[in-house]
Ligand binder design. Structure first.
Ligand SMILES: [Zn+2]
Ligand SMILES: [Zn+2]
Length: 245
């Protein structure tokens, strides 16, 4: 059963998507000279490591864009896991959500025949390390709090690519629950809009371009103008990009 859809974006970069999941989660795999880099580990519905090893066998370092269940699902399969210090606690201890709630979200709309041996994975890692102690080629790991306290975007300046996790994607960017921060999200998007970006590789759904950054900036500017840049500010959309405060 091929749960993961693998696309080779170019020589050194693969996208591994959970196309049949309602959230259409994306994982990115960089092939380096001596080591490989994995951005996020998916929902954890199906093992991931062997899929990566079939592509390339070099040792793998993992960077989590943030510590939500749909991005760290298979994190227990890896030794070296880096995360922003502000999402460290959830990476180490797991999200403060009941198992049945996570199982419900994880398995929603998934074909039952695929779930025969399903058990909830640990959704945490014993020994995550700080992103401040990590380097990979010329990638920049930018702290973009808002959707979570320790959200990261990964910027590849040479190729004008941004790996945006849940900070930018087509659909609704959630910034309405307690651990989110609308004011910080706006500041993060403002900083990203100063970067020279051609392609955005999001944590969910399909690839975007710099227009997505502009749309999010416009939406958040509008909340600010209307004095609604706070929890309970409601939902706003321009085209297919939405924010829920
Ligand atoms: Zn998230
Ligand atoms: Zn997500």
């Amino acid at each position: 059963m091929n749960w993961y859809k693998i696309d080779r974006i170019n020589e050194e970069l693969y996208r591994i998507s959970e196309e049949n999941h309602w959230e259409k989660t994306n994982i990115y795999y960089f092939i380096g000279e001596n080591r490989n880099l994995l951005i996020d580990t998916g929902t954890g519905l199906f093992p991931l490591r062997k899929v990566l090893e079939a592509i390339d066998l070099k040792p793998i370092d993992v960077v989590l864009t943030h510590a939500h269940w749909d991005h760290l699902g298979n994190v227990h399969e890896f030794e070296n896991v880096y995360v922003h210090p502000e999402d460290m606690e959830w990476t180490r201890l797991g999200l403060p959500l009941p198992d049945n709630k996570i199982i419900e979200m994880m398995t929603k709309d998934v074909d039952e025949s695929n779930l025969i041996d399903f058990e909830l994975p640990p959704l945490k890692h014993e020994n995550p390390k700080s992103i401040h102690d990590f380097e990979f080629d010329n990638l920049r790991f930018i702290h973009t709090p808002g959707h979570s306290p320790g959200s990261l975007c990964i910027y590849d300046e040479k190729n004008k690519r941004l790996f945006s996790g849940d900070t930018i994607y087509e659909g609704t960017v959630y910034c309405h629950y307690e651990s989110t921060d609308p004011v910080k999200l706006k500041a993060s998007i403002d900083r990203l809009s100063d970067l020279d970006i051609e392609k955005v590789y999001p944590g969910h759904y399909h690839q975007l371009d710099d227009r997505a950054v502009d749309l999010l900036k416009r939406i958040l500017d509008e909340y600010k103008r209307e004095d609604k840049l706070h929890h309970g500010g409601g939902k706003k959309c321009i085209d297919k990009v939405c924010v829920q405060l």
